[in-house]
Design a protein around this ligand. Structure first.
Ligand code: NAP
Length: 523
């Protein structure tokens, strides 16, 4: 069940919120009496259309109530006497409430500092009280591993239990509460409201994560990152799963210790992970198998579970190279109407579900990049994957980087030329320009790392930055008659290939592109 927590300042505001929550598909509402001035409990109970929880949280438990404890207990007792469906009361105050038949008492504990080590003891202390109708333990996740302990608690629960972790590291406990048997999860009415850190909105829970459809059979996926809040991966993958009617959900995982987290994922089990900054290199150690090309790149962005093994691969390289090749007319093998009409990566049929063996996932035949002179800007993660792809495609690559030593090291490894950023202006006659630095990314949207005089008609310009889609570099390139490939193409292509690896099915590429484009346009 989804309960929308209402923090209106007046009885009327809370009732308006309750009506909206009902329209948005909530199962219950929580009236937070501690937020409102002189809340009228009988009016609240008479005016609502959904079952309710009445709560009056003290400041020391994370609420706003500052009055006398006797006054607080009086309000809660009034809620019981007037027949509220649920009344939430802290474990130390529950004995002060006189019970009534039909009114469920939620006995709660909140910890704003941590997820205590002795969760089992804490649980016994609450569940062991006379007739707790519902046990509620809300802690703070200081590490994503705290969620796994709460899931374990839910598995062992002897009475209906709410076990949630606050904070961005606790988001998975909120989205997966139902999957592990939790009595309910809380949602905010909208992005501006909410009663606890990390609480998703009701629309996120119902539409993005399809909370109601999550059950014990739902396969779990997600993106491992730090930070993760900005990631478009939950949006693109959940939209694709929904479009294909799959019982799968994709979560954002804010991870500090990637090795520990992946080990825990095996126990859930998680079926597939996207891995991004800053975990791509270290995650290699957690894979049971890594294909040859990913080993050369030295970083993976995808882990897929196959028969209990975690297979690591990198879809960035084929996504970037495939996007550039398509812009140049494609390899011969890519020219079939089926692949070109997708407008996306060459992500074909279900029989190719294994990770790339050769890493060459963007078709066979001679690459249109072969023989092209390429200026590649950047020398770290993305640059490395793209540079290897370009060299393998037969391009002549010169690497430019802010820290010249990094350009020198990568160029040395690949047998390329290199230079500092100050030499980019003298790059000469290049046919392809690639930016793999974050320059031009939101909010610095009016900056470009490439001098305009390098941009000539017919030159192919690829910018890995995808927020905004039309970067300054892409705008300059269009103005000079260049061919352009945006970071969006690469982003969609790498996600589409991941979808194929995760599910064994063809990805709905156009839908995936559209949802990201819409989100980026909406800001
Ligand atoms: P990274 O590992 O941090 O590398 C950043 C590179 O950019 C380094 O070479 C760095 O130079 C250079 N750089 C950073 N700030 C700079 C500045 N102000 N001026 C000049 N050079 C600068 O990052 P990454 O993972 O490769 O990602 C780079 C970009 O690619 C990001 O914008 C990311 O969003 C984008 N990306 C897009 C996709 C996609 O699907 N479209 C996928 C992956 C990445 P130093 O060596 O001197 O530090």
């Amino acid at each position: 069940m989804i309960c929308v927590s209402l923090t209106g300042r007046s009885t009327e505001e809370m009732l308006e919120g309750a009506a909206k929550a009902a329209r948005l598909g909530a199962d219950l509402v929580e009236f937070r009496l501690d937020y409102a001035h002189h809340p009228d409990i009988s009016q609240l109970l008479a005016g609502k259309s959904l079952p309710a929880i009445l709560t009056c949280r003290r400041r020391r438990d994370g609420g706003c109530f500052e009055g006398a404890e006797a006054e607080r207990v009086r309000l809660l007792q009034q809620a019981v006497d007037l027949g509220a469906e649920h009344v939430d009361v802290e474990v130390d105050a529950v004995s002060q409430l006189a019970r009534r038949p039909g009114v469920r008492i939620i006995v709660s504990v909140h910890d704003f500092k941590e997820t205590p080590k002795d969760l089992d003891q804490l649980y016994k202390r609450i569940a062991g009280r006379p007739n707790p109708d519902v046990v509620k333990i809300v802690t703070t996740a200081n590490d994503i591993s705290d969620n796994f302990r709460l899931f374990e608690l839910l598995r062992k629960a002897t009475v209906p239990t709410i076990a949630l972790a606050m904070g961005e590291r606790g988001v998975m406990s909120r989205i997966l509460a139902g999957r592990f048997g939790g009595f309910l999860t809380f949602a905010a009415l909208d992005a501006q409201s909410g009663s606890a850190p990390g609480q998703p909105t009701i629309e996120e829970l119902t539409k993005l994560y399809r909370y109601r459809e999550i059950d014990a059979e739902t396969e779990l996926f997600g993106v491992v990152a730090n930070p993760v809040a900005h990631s478009m991966s939950p949006l693109i993958h959940n939209a694709a799963f929904a479009e294909c009617g799959m019982n799968r959900v994709y979560l954002p995982f804010l991870v500090d210790d990637v090795t520990d987290f992946i080990a825990r994922c095996r126990t859930l089990p998680v079926k597939g992970l996207s891995v991004t900054i800053p975990h791509k290199e270290r995650a290699m150690q957690s894979a049971d198998e890594v294909d040859e090309l990913t080993r050369r790149i030295g970083a993976l962005n995808t882990l897929v579970e196959r028969d209990g093994k975690l297979i690591g691969t990198n879809t960035d390289r084929s996504a970037a190279i495939g996007a550039m090749e398509r812009a140049l007319g494609g390899r011969k093998a890519d020219m079939s109407p089926a692949s070109s009409s997708q407008g996306g990566p060459d992500v074909p049929a279900r029989q190719r579900t294994g990770p790339d063996k050769s890493g060459s996932h963007h078709g066979s035949g001679r690459s249109p990049l072969a023989g092209k002179r390429v200026a590649l800007v950047g020398a770290r993660g993305t640059a490395r994957a793209v540079a290897i792809g370009l060299v393998d495609a037969g391009a002549t690559v010169k690497i430019f980087n802010r820290t010249p030593a990094r350009a020198e090291a990568l160029a040395g490894e690949l047998g390329c030329e290199w230079g500092g950023l100050d030499q980019l202006a003298d790059a000469g006659h290049v046919e392809v320009i690639v930016n793999t630095t974050p320059v031009g990314m939101y909010p610095e949207i009016d900056t470009s790392i490439v001098p305009a005089w390098l941009l000539r008609e017919g030159v192919l310009v690829f910018d890995a930055v995808y927020n905004p889609v039309e970067t300054r570099l892409i705008r300059d390139a269009v103005a000079h008659g260049c061919l352009t490939v945006t970071g969006l193409e690469m982003f969609v292509a790498q996600a589409a290939r991941q979808f194929e690896l995760f599910t064994g099915e063809n990805p709905p590429v156009e839908l995936m592109r559209r949802v990201v484009e819409e989100r980026l346009t909406a800001g």
